[in-house]
Design a protein. Structure first.
Length: 210
């Protein structure tokens, strides 16, 4: 297969939620988007409809079924093309669900998610296995893929795409409504684009949108 025929994987993190704004770990809690999150998802949609992407007409699309991801998918314009997939749900934070890192550090000052995991939550091995499922689907066939999901599981997918241990996800960061592209460079898995928020950088924050 020629290199330019190898499939790419486009990643979209869901738009802003109240818990994302306050830094609370949001795993399986099904929180909605804020109005600002919805608006910025629409801005990403307008960007993907324009050149050079032109609506990504031949892409296969999947989304986390949690409403913040599914709603982002709909607002960006892919709701009718996206299949729900449980492999894309966010990491299960167990006892740390709803807590900020600062609150967790009050209990465990040296805690790091990608080294220590979460008590009562999903093991890092399980997260890595889910990320591997996403990568295996993404590289199958020749069609490019697009997924809508959550910050930590998408960082895990990127780590495994690059052939790194899942703990490498701790060195990556994704903002709400961001666009990233995983592809190839001389046959080697590569980051083509990461945490791209150009579509929202000129957007003015309005207090009533939060």
């Amino acid at each position: 297969m020629p290199e330019d025929a190898k499939p790419r994987l486009f990643l979209v993190r869901h738009g802003l939620t109240e818990w994302a704004r306050t830094g609370q770990h949001t795993g399986r809690t099904d929180v909605p988007l804020l109005p600002l999150g919805e608006r910025r998802a629409r801005l990403l949609g307008a960007r993907l409809q324009a050149a050079p992407w032109n609506g990504l007409p031949d892409f296969e699309v999947r989304t986390s079924p949690l409403q913040r991801a599914r709603r982002t998918c709909e607002l960006v314009g892919f709701g009718d093309r996206a299949a729900d997939w449980d492999a894309l749900v966010e990491v299960d934070y167990g006892d740390y669900e709803g807590l900020s890192t600062a609150q967790i550090h009050q209990q465990r000052p040296d805690w790091q998610l990608w080294r220590d995991g979460c008590p009562g939550g999903e093991s890092l091995d399980a997260v890595s296995a889910r990320a591997d499922r996403v990568v295996a689907w993404a590289v199958a066939g020749t069609a490019d893929k697009l997924v809508f999901a959550h910050g930590h599981i998408l960082c895990a997918v990127a780590a495994r795409w690059l052939g790194q241990d899942v703990s490498f996800a701790g060195q990556l960061r994704l903002g709400p409504a961001s666009l990233s592209v995983l592809g190839w460079y001389h046959g080697t898995p590569a980051l083509h684009r990461w945490n791209d928020n150009a579509h929202v950088q000129a957007d003015v924050l309005v207090d009533t949108d939060l």
